[in-house]
Design a protein around this ligand. Sequence first.
Ligand SMILES: CC(C)(COP(=O)(O)OP(=O)(O)OC[C@H]1O[C@@H](n2cnc3c(N)ncnc32)[C@H](O)[C@@H]1OP(=O)(O)O)[C@@H](O)C(=O)NCCC(=O)NCCS
Length: 148
Amino acid sequence: MNIVIEKAKACNLQEIADIEKEIFSTPWSLKNITDTFKNENNCFFVAKDLESGEIVGHICLETVLDEGILTSIAVKEKYRNKGIAKKLMDSFIDEAKNRNIAFINLEVRASNAPAIALYEKYGFEKVGTRKNYYSKPTEDALLMMLNF
Ligand SMILES: CC(C)(COP(=O)(O)OP(=O)(O)OC[C@H]1O[C@@H](n2cnc3c(N)ncnc32)[C@H](O)[C@@H]1OP(=O)(O)O)[C@@H](O)C(=O)NCCC(=O)NCCS
């Protein structure tokens, strides 16, 4: 397995939508992904398996002035625990710094221990809760923030 992280291209968006559908109970649609991709305030990175050419994960940075938002990160199940999310996060953080982002916010399901551990590894701290924020199933969101 030879994984590289690249900025997403328009031809990757269907595969990003397929991963969203495979993993999340309320996935981003291809239309939402395409609209987000077309806005230059935002940036997607994909993890690509060079042997198969397959997109195996993605991360999305959205920005509003000096605020960054991590709106989605996902790695296909059979590619997990191989450090791919860390590679995606490294590119994401570099991009945020290049864009002079002062802080990054995100929301995560309160029960999502792998994602919370990943975010804490990168210095994100819990700053609040949104009660019953998620559906399918209903669950609280933890709000996490990273200050640069
Ligand atoms: C969260 C997710 C992106 C991690 O991807 P991954 O490629 O398996 O993660 P990595 O192998 O790069 O691991 C990075 C770190 O994440 C944490 N982590 C990953 N899997 C974990 C698990 N099963 N349990 C606890 N911590 C875990 C660890 O801190 C790990 O660092 P370490 O290996 O040095 O201990 C992946 O599990 C996923 O796609 N989950 C479903 C989608 C999702 O929940 N996204 C977040 C929505 S807010």
